[in-house]
Each structure stands twice: as C-alpha cells, then as structure tokens.
Design a binder for this molecule. Structure first.
Ligand SMILES: Cc1cc2nc3c(=O)[nH]c(=O)nc-3n(C[C@H](O)[C@H](O)[C@H](O)COP(=O)(O)OP(=O)(O)OC[C@H]3O[C@@H](n4cnc5c(N)ncnc54)[C@H](O)[C@@H]3O)c2cc1C
Length: 598
C-alpha cells in the first residue's frame, strides 16, 4: 500500500494548533514560517513516499542480520543507500541548532516530519530517532569539548546514536543497573557489562556509532542516585577528532522479533577485551537525570510513532474499504453488493481510526508548540510555564498515542476481514510493528506513573488546572459557533472536562493516603487525561475549520475536519465519564484480589 503524507492536515495543525505564524516571530525561529513549513513538508513527503515507504515491506521480509564471523550487522536491502540519501539532504539536522550544522527549525515542524518518516518506515526511522536523543543529551549535559567533537557528526547523521539503558535485570527499574565504569587513569573510564535490546546498537549505515550508556562507578550510591552517563563510541577518536581504533563494545546477538524486524535490536557487550573506552557526560551520578532529557525527547518521538503507524493503517483500511465489494447496503438493498465503505459499521471503524489519529496528531502538535515556546520565548516566566506544559504532555503523547495505535492498527486488520490476517496486504505488519510502541521508552504503566506522580501530584495539579482553565476559554469561544457539530462537541467536552476534574481531585486527595488505589487507576487516568486534552485540540480544530468554511476556503477539507471532531465528541469523549467512574471507584476491585490468587 502506497503511503501519502497527510501534509494538508499537518499544515492545518501548524496554523491552528501550533500557531506557526506567531512561533516564527520568536528569536531563532524566523526560518520556521508557514511557507517554509509547507516547502519542507512537501519535500520530505516526496522522499518518504518514494524512497522509504518502498522499503518498509522488504525490510519486514528481510530483517537486519548479524554476521557472527565479522560482527558486522547488515541492515535490510536498500536501507544503507536510503540512509545515505537521508543524511545527504540534511534531514537529520532539521530541528537541531545551526551552530552544530543543523537547520534549527521549530519542533512543531520537525514533529510533522518525524510522523512522515515513521509512517513510511518505522524500522528505518528508529536510527535517526535515537540519534536525536543522543544529540539532546549531549547538548544539555555534554562539555563544550564533547559537544565540539561529537555533535556536528551526529547532527549531520554521519554518526548515529544509541541509548544503552536496559540490562537483563533492569528494564522499567533502572536502579538495578549493574554495568560498571572504572577510572582509566587518564580522566576517562573503562566500561564493563551487558546491555540488551539496544536499538541500532550495531549496523552498517553510519561511519561511527555513539553509544550513550548508563553505568555505575566504584562506590557510587545505591539505586538511581549512583548512575552516571558515559559516551562510548564504536570507533575511538584520535586527538584530531578522526576515527581511530575500534572500541571494546560489540554486538553479540540480534533479537528475532514480532515487529520492526528491519531495526536491529542488539545485545551489546562492553569490555570483554580489556574495557570499553568511555567518556563521562556531565557530572558523576547524575546520569539518570540526563538520560531523562534524552528519554523525554525519545518518548515524545515514540508518541509520534503511534500517530504515524495509525495514519498508515488508516490509509490502508480506507483504500481497501473503497475497493472491496461485499453485501448490500442496508438502506439501498435493491442496488446489489456495494463497496464495504457503505456499511455503517465499516464507516464507524474508519471514523474511529480517523478521529483517533487526527486528535493524537493535534495533541502532539500542541506539545511540540509548547516545547518551541519553552525554548525560544524571550520571557523567562513564559518559558518556564511552557516547559512545564510540555513535560506534562510528554507522558500523554507517549502513553495515549501508542495505545491508540494498537486500537487503530487492529481496526485496520478488521476492515480488511480475512485478508487483513494475510501478510501480503501489509496491514498485518502495521499491527505487529505497532505493538512495540507501548513497551519501549517506558511502558504505558511507566508513563502513567510519571503523569500521576511527577506531573500531577508533585505540583498539586497546578499544570493540569491551568490547562483546564485554558480549555474553558476554548469552550467559551465554541459556544458562539452555530451548528449541531459544534453544539455536540461543546456539550461532550464540557462533560469530559468535568469527569477529568473529578478524577484529578481523586488523584490529588488519595496519592499519599491510598497510593495503591491511585496507581491502580494510573493507566485509565492517563487515557482520560489524554482523551480530554486531545478533545480540546479537536475543539480548536472545529472552531478554525468552521471559520474557514464560513469564509469559503477549501470547504470540503474543512467540512471533513468538522465531521471528524463531531465523531470524536459522540464516540470518544462520551467514554470520559465512564473512565472517571472506574478511576474514582474501581481501585478496590483491583487491589482486593490477592497476588497469590492469580
Ligand atoms: C524492540 C525493542 C527495542 C528496545 N530498544 C531499547 C534501546 O534502544 N535501549 C534501551 O536501553 N532499551 C531498549 N528496549 C528496552 C525497553 O525499553 C524495555 O523493554 C522496557 O522499558 C520495559 O522493560 P522490561 O522489558 O524489562 O519489562 P519490565 O520492566 O519487566 O515490565 C514488565 C511489565 O511490568 C510492568 N511494570 C514494571 N514496573 C512497573 C511499575 N513500577 N508500575 C507498573 N507496572 C510496572 C510493565 O508495565 C510491564 O507491563 C527495547 C525493547 C525492545 C523490545
């Protein structure tokens, strides 16, 4: 199935959710105008549609492979050449600062590009995604000398990055990390240990691989307070910054997986032959703090991956539904069998997919725009507030969009009927690929813990309440919009907002006194919060679309936005009061069941 990037919807969000014309007035964002965004999105859409999308299926059929004799990992056919084109065109540097060779575009624009890249080829996209994370960590915590030696090569994509956290006994719980870092006597370190599940831990697409590794030095405090961050390059650098000797870090195995088969998932051994040369990033024992910077970037991007796979699955389902002839229409039985898109239940599935994908895309855009303000606004108090909003939104973007991608890719299989279960239609691949998204970069439960603890209880719900006030302002504007769709969304968003307020009060009141009750409701609370926040973006979309219709602009497209927002109101926001009931009253029925009784 060919992929067509939804540039029009992305531009709609950039204009009406991110307010790109205001963003580009911020210092250092003058290149991020709507016109430039349109040009960048059009160009990147072409590359993704023509090059990367074509390699998605072959990558699934011909996964990356390790040659045990040489230790070389061969990526899937065409990947290396496509990566060459990707970096040649400068796509890796899209959102990174110009002083390191990047293009310095707003994150609101680069997030749309990230979506396209992942729709076209999720397995391929993981390599640039991890590089982005390494860049972010080095920018924040790296010394000027580390930045000068590594950032230009990472920003150009000549070198790629990885994130080495997971060990066999340390997954969600990073306090259990055992990889050791020993002083080498020259100010640097030697690392020893094993990391598992390392995405693009070894491959043949870039000249060097920059591993960001969590490890403990001797006598470090126990738990997360004793973890440091090290940069371990595959090839050590000479004094002049050229590629030097091979470092003692090796891939010993590639995993066989359910999905994202073209993406090499490596078991990495550090220090099997005397010690892997490592450079400390930032200060000792602050590694987890730095890694969280990298993880926030990566978690946001994984949320965007959820939108991406949802979009691609939706496109496949829509194409099939328009083509497949089966059964008579209930309202016109005399006509004979029709394309299945005419059956109300198929329409319901397609509308569900469409509403989920568009609302999650708008939520990602709102978060990216907060990030842009947090990094570029001249007023420090605005920067601080926007940073808090962005951080609040990261677990929503990650947790909700990735859960949504499971529902949407499953519906795509369902729309295809039996053919969906056959590999050759391609939707089975989207379904398999999507499953990893709720697991890596912290499972949905870990996102929920973050939302409930750090992002909600810690500030006594301050950011949440601020967003509720802003939502109320949107509702006030909406009350003046005529038409049944606007009225329906106004009513359902008001009810959903009240439901969220009730759940928020429950979390704040019970967090300390009844933690097991609150954490039993963590994931439903995340789903409810995101559902309401995404519904808010749908309200903004409806307002803008209605105004465009009233002034006669691209009526068909804007009418489809209004109809999609209406569906969201009646089929998704209507779930919010039910979710709130489970959150407030459901905890006992979870905790009453004894662990031994399972
Ligand atoms: C394909 C793939 C690629 C990956 N890439 C990388 C990579 O590049 N770098 C890297 O470092 N790691 C990577 N990972 C590892 C990934 O981040 C972990 O698998 C993930 O964080 C979950 O850890 P775990 O597998 O140990 O599961 P566990 O931590 O054992 O979790 C098992 C279950 O318990 C639940 N659980 C655990 N703790 C809690 C809690 N406190 N509250 C509620 N529920 C909890 C989880 O939600 C989950 O449902 C990758 C994994 C895969 C499969």
């Amino acid at each position: 199935m060919n992929y067509v990037a939804p540039v029009k919807d992305m531009m709609f969000n950039l204009k009406h959710i991110a307010h790109i014309e205001s963003l580009c007035e911020l210092p250092d964002l003058s290149d991020s105008s709507a016109d430039t965004a349109q040009a960048v999105l059009d160009e990147f859409a072409r590359f993704n549609q023509e090059v990367l999308s074509e390699l998605n299926w072959t990558g699934d059929q011909t996964p990356s492979s390790l040659d045990p004799a040489t230790g070389v990992v061969h990526t899937s056919p065409g990947f290396k050449e496509a990566y060459g084109q990707y970096i040649e065109a400068g796509w890796q540097g899209l959102e990174h600062p110009q002083c390191f060779g990047g293009q310095g575009f707003a994150k609101s624009i680069s997030a749309a590009c990230t979506e396209m890249l992942n729709s076209a080829n999720l397995s391929f996209a993981l390599c640039p995604l991890l590089t982005d994370g390494a860049i972010e960590a080095l920018r924040v915590a790296g010394s000027p000398s580390l930045q000068a030696r590594f950032l230009p090569h990472l920003v150009s994509g000549k070198w790629s990055g990885t994130m080495n956290l997971t060990e066999p006994q340390a997954g969600s719980d990073l306090s259990l990390i055992q990889t050791r870092a020993q002083e080498a006597g020259d100010g640097n370190y030697l690392l020893f240990g094993t990391k598992i599940f390392i995405t693009y831990g070894e491959h043949d697409m870039s000249e060097n691989i920059v591993h960001m590794v969590l490890a403990r030095v001797k006598d470090a405090p126990a738990g997360v307070k004793g973890i440091s961050l090290f940069l371990v390059p595959k090839f050590k650098l000479t004094d002049s910054g050229e590629l030097g000797d091979r470092n003692d870090v090796h891939c010993v195995q590639l995993e066989h997986k359910l999905g994202i088969k073209a993406s090499p998932t490596a078991v990495m051994k550090f220090g099997e032959h005397g010690g892997a040369h490592g450079l400390l990033v930032g200060e000792l024992n602050r590694g987890l703090e730095y890694m969280f910077i990298m993880m926030n970037a990566a978690r946001f991007a994984v949320g965007v991956q959820g939108v991406a796979i949802g979009e691609r699955a939706y496109q496949a389902a829509r194409a099939y539904a328009l083509e497949r002839i089966q059964s008579r229409a209930v309202d016109q039985p005399s006509q004979g069998p029709v394309a299945i898109v005419h059956h109300p239940d198929v329409k319901r599935m397609l509308m569900t997919m469409r509403a989920h994908v568009q609302s999650a895309r708008a939520l990602c855009c709102a978060a990216a725009s907060a990030y842009d303000c947090a990094h570029h606004h001249p007023d420090a108090s605005v920067r601080l507030q926007e940073q808090r909003i962005y951080e609040f939104m990261v677990p929503l973007v990650k947790g909700y969009s990735t859960e949504m991608s499971q529902w949407v890719s499953s519906l795509a299989v369902q729309v295809h009927g039996g053919m969906g279960f056959m590999e050759e239609t391609g939707v089975a691949q989207y379904y398999r690929d999507a499953k990893i998204l709720t697991i890596y970069e912290g499972t949905t439960a870990i996102q929920a813990n973050d939302l409930v603890g750090r992002k909600t209880f810690k500030d006594r719900g301050e950011v949440a309440k601020l967003l509720l006030v802003q939502m109320q302002e949107t509702l006030a504007v909406m009350s003046s919009i005529q038409g049944p769709q606007a009225q329906s969304l106004h009513k359902r968003l008001t009810q959903a907002r009240e439901a969220y307020e009730q759940a928020l009060a429950f979390v704040l009141d019970n967090f300390q006194s009844h933690p097991a009750l609150v954490f039993a409701a963590g994931v439903p609370f995340l789903l409810l919060t995101a559902q309401v926040m995404a519904g808010w973006q749908m309200a903004k979309s409806l307002i803008a679309a209605q105004q465009a219709i009233d002034s006669g602009q691209d009526v068909e497209f804007h009418q489809s936005k209004v109809e999609t927002a209406h569906f969201y109101a009646e089929h998704i926001l209507t779930q919010s009061p039910g979710l709130a009931q489970s959150i407030v009253f459901g905890g006992d029925s979870v905790n009453a069941f004894r662990a031994e009784s399972f």
